[in-house]
Design a protein around this ligand. Structure first.
Ligand code: MN3
Length: 199
C-alpha cells in the first residue's frame, strides 16, 4: 500500500502561477486517484507491500501491468513534481555549484530555462519534462510521454520535473502551455531540491 504524500506547501502557495483551484483538482483529485488506483490494483496480491519504485520497475514494459505502471508511475511523477516546486525564496536560489553545472552544460542558466521550456512545450500530448543527470554528473533535458518516468532508466537521475498534461494548466491558462511554463520555470522551481538530488 502506498500513500498520498503531503504537499510541501499550502494549496494557495503557488498562486498566481498555479491557482488553489488547480491544486485542488491536480493534487486532490488527479494525484489522489493515481494513488488510489495503484492501491486498488495491488490489494490482495503479492505486490501489496512493495514500495512505489519497486512497483514501477516490476510493471514497466509488461503489458499485463499496463494499468499498474501508469498509476504507479504517475503517483511517483506527481510527488516529484510537487517537490520540484516551491513558494520559499531560499529554495528558488540556485546553489552556486548547480548554477555552474547548468552554465557548463547548457551555456547559461537562462539558456537552460529556454531549452527546458522549449522541450516541455514541444512534448506532444500529455507528458513531462525533466532535468536529469547522468552518472558522470552531466546534465540534460528529457521529455517523457503520458506516465513514462526516468525511474525506469538506470542511466539518469531526475533532478526536477514539470507536468505538461493539460490538467496541470488548463484551469489557469487554457491552451497556453507556454505561459504556464513561463510561470513555473521562472518563478516556482525548487533548485534546492534539484541540488539535493544531484548529490
Ligand atoms: Mn498531473
Amino acid at each position: 500500500m502506498i500513500t498520498l504524500p503531503e504537499l510541501p506547501y499550502d494549496m494557495q502557495a503557488l498562486a498566481p502561477y498555479i491557482s488553489e483551484e488547480t491544486m485542488q483538482y491536480h493534487y486532490g483529485k488527479h494525484h489522489a486517484t493515481y494513488v488510489k488506483n495503484t492501491n486498488d490494483l495491488i490489494a490482495g496480491t503479492d505486490l501489496a507491500d512493495k514500495p512505489l519504485k519497486d512497483l514501477i520497475l516490476i510493471a514497466a514494459g509488461d503489458t499485463i501491468y499496463t494499468a499498474l505502471f501508469n498509476n504507479a508511475a504517475q503517483s511517483f511523477n506527481h510527488d516529484f513534481f510537487w517537490k520540484s516546486l516551491t513558494d520559499k525564496a531560499e529554495n528558488k536560489e540556485i546553489p552556486p555549484a548547480l548554477a555552474a553545472k547548468l552554465t557548463a552544460d547548457f551555456g547559461s542558466v537562462d539558456a537552460f530555462k529556454a531549452q527546458f521550456k522549449k522541450a516541455a512545450a514541444g512534448q506532444f500530448g500529455s507528458g513531462w519534462a525533466w532535468l536529469v543527470s547522468d552518472a558522470a554528473g552531466r546534465l540534460s533535458i528529457i521529455t517523457t510521454g503520458n506516465a513514462e518516468t526516468p525511474v525506469t532508466r538506470s542511466d539518469v537521475t531526475p533532478l526536477l520535473c514539470v507536468d505538461v498534461w493539460e490538467h496541470a494548466y488548463y484551469l489557469d491558462y487554457q491552451n497556453r502551455r507556454a505561459a504556464y511554463l513561463d510561470g513555473v520555470v521562472d518563478h516556482l522551481l525548487n533548485w534546492r531540491f534539484a541540488a539535493d538530488n544531484l548529490k
